[in-house]
Write a protein that binds this ligand. Structure first.
Ligand code: HXC
Length: 520
């Protein structure tokens, strides 16, 4: 082996010394504090997330920009570790903020390290994963730090829908630090050790006199249950990082590629007989839509997105014969599955995410309508519900709808009817498609007959039954071609797989535009 000269050995040693200093981040004491808080360090997170030995670091020796307040300040690695690596053999780009270095605060060069890998990810068509742990804008850098955020936000928006962007929140995310994650496709939070807010408890106290803790203001439970800002919550850093690896198995590398196909051990022709017990014809008996989903998909595996927010609608990913599919389903167990403001936002966002990344959509319908009330009307249910209509119409991926039981009124359209662009619509024999339920309809249509009757209650019951027999079934809609077929429940999995296979080559062109104008 060639021995380097003494001079070269000294240069190599100096390089290694510099690298070691960068790798030590904010030093042992701060790293200990980080671990005591139940968190991994920035580099440990990358090592856990990526396939072993695959990390390729970039911008290692970048230092912070100089100004009067930053002179003499040490910031090894500029508070963020950036680079690329593989997850399950697939190329990804990653940045991991280092809270031990100036609180992971974002200065101009910190931002430049992040935007560099974002640009590389966009050029090479690979997902970007951000591991966020930052006190926000670096106060000492003033407007330069704000500019750094701007450069990241700009790219988050420009690359949105081009390559998947996934954000993990693994510590504080204050001020500007929340808006980059908010512009990405998915936000995953760790319970107890992460939070997101625009203004912190102290500022809130001074302005509104409210007393809140970090956790009750912006912890994982707040954002996955109340605000809908985050998609998934886990206990601890490792679980969040496992969650990212799992989520990626449903997503393609970029918008030009198809999502990955996995080996399937669950027969495509498996008869879904459990559905016969689950969904009875009694419209008043709710059932667990989650059980229906588990019965239909490969090996019963369903990755629910935003499982704890707007629970009246269920969205998430599964596989059908090894191919990813996005599922949107009403949940008859919560608010009778009605659509409200939050459910509309949740579904519309998910539909658009699927469409960005070429994931076919299966819609399971059991819905009586939009939730009535002044709260909903004043809150703008018209505007929010319109997002669902828009998102379904806009989506060009294969779209299959299955009506399991009720499908009434405007919600029939909002849940991807034929007219709204569904490629194929199926119904079970238990389905009922109408403008509204029989009771409400009879009250309006037969009001005069009921009033004039000697026995209004009996007349009413008779007319309701008559209406039900005529309209509360799938056959009128099927006769008019709005439903392509009424199918046996036990054959549903096989039918869905056959149908999505049939639709695989789907191409749909839209008129020229800069971009649509979704009602926001
Ligand atoms: C520079 C910062 C910093 C910041 C913290 N530090 N915040 N340095 N700029 N914004 C430094 C601290 O001096 C400390 O340095 C180290 O980071 C750790 O901070 P601690 O306060 O000791 O940690 P902890 O007790 O865990 O509290 C974390 C925290 C708190 C809750 C995040 O640090 C905090 O409230 N920071 C300010 C948050 C903030 O207001 N950011 C600006 C938002 S405005 P040493 O050397 O002691 O380790 C904003 C505008 C952008 O972001 C808008 C764009 C749209």
């Amino acid at each position: 082996m060639t021995q380097p000269s003494v001079e070269l050995q000294e240069l190599i040693a100096a390089m290694e010394q510099r690298r070691a200093k960068v790798e030590a981040g904010g030093g042992e004491a701060r790293q200990r504090k980080q671990r005591e808080g139940g968190k991994l360090t920035a580099r440990e997170r990358i090592a856990y997330l990526l396939d072993p030995g695959s990390f390729l670091e970039t911008s290692t020796f970048v230092q912070h920009a100089r100004n009067r307040l930053m002179d003499g300040v040490e910031a090894p690695g500029e508070g963020v570790v950036t680079g690329s690596g593989t997850i399950g053999g697939r190329q990804v780009y990653v940045f991991s903020q280092d809270f031990t270095v100036l609180g992971g605060s974002l200065g101009k060069r910190h931002a430049a390290k992040v935007t560099k890998i974002m640009d590389l990810a966009a050029k090479t068509g690979c997902p970007v994963i951000g591991l966020n742990d930052s006190a926000g804008a670096r106060i000492q850098e003033g407007v330069d730090s704000l500019s750094g955020y701007g450069e990241i936000f700009y790219r988050n928006a420009i690359y949105s829908g081009a390559v998947p962007q996934i954000s993990a929140i693994l510590g504080p995310c204050a001020g500007g630090a929340v808006y980059s994650p908010a512009l990405t496709d998915f936000i995953l939070m760790s319970r107890g050790s992460s939070y997101m807010f625009i203004t912190g408890p102290e500022v809130i106290k001074s302005v509104t006199r409210e007393d809140v803790t970090f956790d009750t203001l912006g912890g994982a439970d707040v954002h996955t249950r109340r605000s809908g800002v985050a998609h998934l919550a886990y206990d601890g850093d490792e679980a969040v990082l496992d969650g990212i690896r799992h989520l990626l198995t449903y997503l393609p590398q970029n918008a030009r590629e198809q999502p990955p196909v996995r080996e399937n051990h669950d027969p495509a022709t498996r008869r879904t007989e459990r559905l016969l017990e689950l969904v009875t014809p009694d419209q008043r008996r709710p059932y667990a839509m989650h059980d229906v989903i588990h019965e239909l998909v490969d090996s019963g595996e369903f990755l629910e997105i935003q499982p704890d927010w707007a629970k009246n609608i269920i969205v998430g990913f599964a596989h059908l014969d090894g191919r990813p599919v996005g599922i949107v389903a009403n949940n008859p167990k919560v608010m009778a599955g009605t659509l409200n403001i939050d459910a509309s936002d949740k579904a519309a966002r998910f539909i658009r995410t699927c469409d960005c990344y070429n994931i076919p959509i299966l819609t399971l319908v059991d819905v009586t309508g939009f939730l009535p009330g002044t709260q909903q009307e004043y809150g703008g249910i018209i505007r929010h519900g319109a997002k669902m209509l828009y998102a379904y119409a806009e989506a060009t991926v294969p779209k299959v709808t299955l009506i399991t039981r009720k499908s009434y009124g405007g919600a029939y359209l909002a849940m991807n009817s034929k007219d709204m662009g569904a490629d194929v619509v199926y119904a079970w024999p238990t389905a009922a498609v109408a403008v509204m339920g029989a009771e409400g309809a009879a009250n309006i249509v037969y009001r005069n007959e009921i009033k004039a009757s000697e026995n209004p209650a009996a007349t009413r019951a008779e007319l309701v039954a008559q209406y039900k027999e005529t309209f509360d079934n799938p056959y009128i809609a099927a006769a008019k071609g709005y439903i392509d077929d009424v199918i046996p429940m036990e054959d549903t999995r096989h039918r869905l797989i056959q149908t999505f296979t049939m639709l695989r080559g789907k191409q749909e062109q839209r008129p020229y535009k800069k971009h649509g104008n979704i009602p926001l």
